[in-house]
Design a protein around this ligand. Structure first.
Ligand code: ADP
Ligand code: MG
Length: 703
């Protein structure tokens, strides 16, 4: 019945890997490619031409007809414009496919319709795409044929980043450079590069296509804007890790196969907490490839779902009342000679390096908690963060009992300070106790948890690109490494200086450590006492991008200029306003054209019945009561609908984007809730046959 496939055989089948380049390219060109990959710089035009030809030949052999520079504009999703390999036919009418080095390296899409937050207007610059040689090209198969996709960065002509990839690459360079300074202090001279590795766990919902098509809110907003709770939700906890339903299983099988072909190491799959919610986790990879692959995962999830007559919902909160979806971003930093800086290690030397790295991360996260929170914000995530199912909007670090104990020892006892005795340093923490990775309590409520040899940043939203969180993480940690290295490189007695610095950083930034229940109200109070920021929404977080502190950080490492940061802040307001506007208009549409007319029909039925009962001489008080209740809620809906139309029009007319975004949050969203409440109450009492849209029960259980 099911066809057999061999993972080893299909893995990377649609990927132009380094090994394929090695096979196909002349030695000197291959060497040049590897050199640019590892050390940066540009390919010579001669080499680029050879690579382009081989890449094209490989693609054409696999059925490709077009190529595209595949990029990640600030919309958060990917963009592509296909160009056929077609050229002018020769005199004999024969056409030979062509693809030049220039076309490979650089593209000039007409970029005027992508969000730029005023950047392009300021600089009157066109956007261009530049090949990210470190992320392999791949073939995308779809109904429009097979397309060679070349991962690229997207910049303005004057070099401002117009995408999510460019700053990420810049942050990776900064992190590598500064982390190298740290490992050198510990005598690691062999490392030449340090990379951030990322493994994102992607959550998603599946819904039947037919039901989806009957829900304008799912189609336009990606989430339900109306909907009473189903009699059964997630309270039985029977879905999490439960047996995967046949239809979903067939989907997962196809999805894995597609992803493996593209070289995505899809590894773990399981049911999540909410009904119809699932997760897929790939094996971690270098940050920029992980970012590309996560985009491919999201895209493929949607594509494969339609093949199975389903739809994949990546929205952070498709349904009220059950868990939403997030994306745990697992992050670590490793040298090219194989040392994971977040691995506590087995020798005192490694331990101390680990403790210094940990101290720097504590400092980075505490200093830039606001930026980190910002990096995980998108419109949908506002429904999750702080809403008792995801980590709160307050950033804190979870270390686990064992490590927290080490940190408090270091802070409290003099033993960990620079006491020298007989020429030997008494660290108090000569070696960490045999550190058991799995012994760390898996505290699911912490937004930033140490899990053995990596940090798990759990705030990220399911629909969001993971580029921003990783750019921010890399940048803030690079800054802390840089500041530490500035001090330590000048120290007379390095060992003493390292220990003093660890103690200083840990003492100063211990407020960021929290091992308790992040969902508890007491934590919100406690965090406030500690002075930790609690930024409640995406738009309130936006201005953290342009504080002096943020500008200093990002400019120092040339990740963003002030102007780029300002443009990104503006885009956040724009995106927010546009998204809520779509939601408001969709609600107006559904309420006015579907729900209210259906309820009106129902009131007529009730009135007719009541009259008939009365005429027949019986007691119609029950029917009359019901009619009154329904009519009351109907009136409330109608009033809220009128109000929503009014405030939506007011919002749309506003010129200042920031004020507009806040008006959407503080006024329009409030009226949207006012419209939803009576509608959901009506759903509970109106005849099921009359209710015009599929219910939560159907959406979540009929799959
Ligand atoms: P969980 O138990 O947290 O749900 P999963 O297996 O779903 O774990 O996901 C863990 C993710 O962390 C995977 O993508 C995995 O590859 C990734 N990961 C493991 N080790 C590291 C590391 N050192 N650096 C970055 N990511 C890692
Ligand atoms: Mg997981």
């Amino acid at each position: 019945m099911s066809e057999v496939f061999n993972v080893e055989e299909i893995f990377g089948q649609n990927l132009f890997t380094l090994s394929k380049m090695k096979e196909r390219l002349p030695k000197n060109v291959y060497k040049e490619v590897v050199n640019v990959m590892n050390n940066g710089g540009e390919l010579s035009m001669g080499a680029a031409n050879v690579v382009a030809k081989e890449m094209k030949d490989w693609a054409v052999e696999h059925g490709a007809t077009h190529y595209t520079h595949w990029f990640q504009p600030l919309t958060g999703i990917t963009a592509e414009k296909h160009d056929a390999f077609v050229t002018h036919p020769d005199e004999s009418g024969r056409m030979l496919t062509e693809f030049s080095g220039k076309e490979l390296i650089k593209g000039e899409p007409d970029a005027s319709s992508f969000p730029s937050g005023g950047l392009r207007a300021t600089f009157e610059a066109r956007g261009y795409t530049a090949w990210d040689i470190t992320s392999p090209a791949f073939l995308k198969e779809s109904t429009c044929g097979t397309i060679l996709c070349i991962p690229t960065a997207f910049c303005s002509y004057t070099g401002e980043a117009l995408d999510k990839k460019t700053p990420l690459l810049r942050s990776m360079e900064a992190l590598s450079e500064q982390a190298l300074r740290i490992v050198r202090l510990f005598g690691n001279t062999g490392a030449t590069k340090i990379t951030a590795s990322v493994g994102p766990e992607q959550e998603y919902f599946l819904v039947d296509e037919k039901l989806y098509m009957e829900r304008t809110d799912l189609m336009f907003a990606g989430r339900t804007l109306f909907g009473a709770p189903a009699p059964k939700g997630q309270e039985m906890e029977d879905h999490y890790f439960g047996v995967i339903r046949e239809r979903v299983g067939a989907y997962m099988k196809d999805l894995n196969e597609e992803l493996w072909k593209l070289g995505v190491t899809a590894k773990t799959q399981h049911n999540e907490v909410a009904p119809a919610q699932h997760e897929l986790a790939p094996i971690y990879e270098t940050a920029n490839i992980a970012v590309d692959h996560n985009q491919i995962v999201m895209e493929t999830m949607k594509k494969v779902a339609t093949k199975h007559s389903m739809r994949c919902l990546l929205h952070e909160k498709p349904y009220a009342g059950v868990n939403g979806s997030g994306k745990h971003n697992n992050w670590s930093i490793t040298t090219d000679n194989g040392v994971n800086l977040l691995d506590p290690g087995e020798t005192p030397n490694e331990n101390i390096q680990f403790l210094l790295v940990l101290a720097c991360i504590m400092k980075a996260v505490d200093t830039h908690a606001d930026l980190l929170r910002q990096s995980a914000s998108d419109v949908g995530n506002d429904h999750r963060l702080g809403a008792n199912e995801a980590p709160p909007a307050i950033i804190s670090i979870f270390l686990g009992e064992q490590l927290e104990d080490v940190v408090s020892q270091l802070i409290e006892t003099g033993a960990a300070t620079s006491v020298k005795e007989g020429g030997k340093l008494l660290t108090g923490v000569k070696t960490l106790p045999d550190f058991q990775k799995d012994a760390t309590d898996r505290n699911r409520t912490s937004p930033f948890a140490f899990t053995g040899n990596k940090f798990e940043f759990r705030m990220v939203g399911s629909a969001d690109s993971i580029a921003s969180p990783n750019t921010t993480l890399n940048a803030i940690v690079a800054e802390a490494f840089c500041e530490a290295a500035d001090i330590l490189e000048k120290a007379d007695d390095l060992e003493v200086a390292i220990h003093d610095l660890i103690k200083e950083y840990m003492t100063k930034h211990q407020r960021i450590i929290f091992n308790g229940n992040g969902y508890a109200d007491e934590w919100v109070e406690e965090a406030e006492k500690r002075g930790l920021p609690n930024i409640k929404s995406m738009i309130e977080a936006a201005e953290t991008l342009t504080t002096d502190k943020a500008v200093r950080l990002f400019e120092k490492f040339r990740i963003f200029t002030k102007v780029e940061l300002e443009s990104r802040e503006e885009i956040i307001y724009e995106t927010y306003a546009k998204t809520i506007n779509i939601e408001a208009l969709t609600m107006i549409d559904m309420a006015g054209k579907q729900i209210i007319p259906a309820v009106v029909k129902y009131t007529k039925m009730l009135a007719d019945t009541a009259n008939a009962v009365k005429e027949a001489g019986a007691d119609a008080s029950m029917q009359v009561e019901l009619l009154k209740a329904v009519s009351g809620k109907l009136a409330a809906m109608q009033a809220a609908l009128t109000e929503l139309k009014k405030v939506e029009a007011q919002a749309s007319a506003m010129a200042d984007v920031k004020a507009q975004a806040f008006f959407y949050k503080d006024t329009v969203k409030v009226v949207m809730e006012k419209l939803r409440t009576p509608a959901d109450e009506l759903e509970m009492i109106v005849d099921k046959d009359i209710w015009p849209i599929p219910t939560y029960g159907e959406l979540m259980f009929e799959i």
